[in-house]
Ligand binder design. Structure first.
Ligand code: MG
Length: 282
């Protein structure tokens, strides 16, 4: 099932996207966080309303206002770890035997077709990161890796937009990852039962039509199951928690010379079975 959040006549709603993406059926639920926390998707989906053509609504990020910061993984694809170390060895050390966790504030996510904010005067090195994001469906504590799939509500695409100069100008990455307009998300959530676990999906990013990132989510260094087992050994993760699993090689800082984003650039992040998340830099 593909779930979306959308605007219709100024009101925010959640619905089921038809498989061809051309229509949506509204759900009797006020927002996606409430839907996830209900633990009752099947019953709510059974009460979906009549189809509305997608062209009559405006898609929003599937979770426009996450309840908590996104849990992010850094350096979780081998080739990306190498390119990052080539850019700044001090900030991105080459040997990362353990998972790198950081968080990303998202006051308001950026919708499909929405704008990535370039923050002139603050940011000079604006970069993109296509990522598979995992959304938890129930409270997770002491999860065993073998059972990790049972905790997943669904998957979406996040562009972990990053200000490299701000990110590496401070000891921690939080500020450089958390600026307004830095988290495009969408276009939908694909519910967990549609994607065999662990997901092995083609992931790519294009800038102005040129392919920059091309990989498979099967190549994660720290798998989703390992991450859930590790984090929940000491930390309760609530339903609606979003985990961004890291980005593959091909980000702007990985090129020589680096190729950072500028206003007018169009960034498309695509994951097989989820869709294309297209945004323009403003
Ligand atoms: Mg990232």
């Amino acid at each position: 099932m593909k779930l979306v959040t959308y605007l219709q006549s100024g009101a925010e709603r959640v619905g089921i996207l038809r498989s061809d993406g051309a229509a949506v059926r509204p759900l009797p639920c006020p927002d996606m966080n409430t839907l996830i926390e209900s633990g009752n998707l099947a019953d709510i989906a059974a009460r979906a309303g009549e189809e509305i053509p997608l062209e009559t609504v405006t898609l929003l990020p599937p979770i426009p206002r996450p309840r908590q910061d996104i849990v992010c993984l850094g350096m979780n694809y081998k080739a990306h770890l190498e390119e990052a170390a080539g850019y700044d060895a001090g900030a991105f050390a080459k040997e990362k035997p353990v998972a790198v966790y950081f968080s990303k504030r998202v006051t308001e996510a950026v919708p499909p077709e929405g704008f990535i904010q370039s923050h002139p005067g603050l940011v000079e090195r604006l970069d993109y990161e296509a990522e598979l994001a995992v959304i938890l469906g129930k409270a997770a504590r002491n999860v065993r890796a073998a059972e990790a799939g049972e905790y997943i509500f669904g998957y979406t695409i996040v562009n972990d937009v990053s200000a490299r100069d701000v990110q590496t100008g401070h000891k921690q990455w939080y500020f450089g990852k958390s600026l307004d307009g830095f988290t495009p998300m969408g276009p939908c959530i694909v519910t967990a039962e549609e994607i065999p676990f662990p997901p092995a999906l083609a992931i790519s990013a294009r800038v102005n039509g040129e392919t920059r990132q091309e990989a498979s989510t099967a190549w994660l260094i720290n798998s989703i199951a390992e991450v859930l087992e590790e984090l929940t050994a000491g930390m309760t993760l609530l339903p609606g928690t979003i985990i961004a699993t890291g980005t593959p090689a091909g980000v702007g800082m990985g090129f020589d010379p680096p190729r950072f984003l500028k206003p007018g650039d169009v960034v498309e992040c695509e994951i097989e079975g989820i869709g294309v998340l297209r945004n323009t830099v403003k």
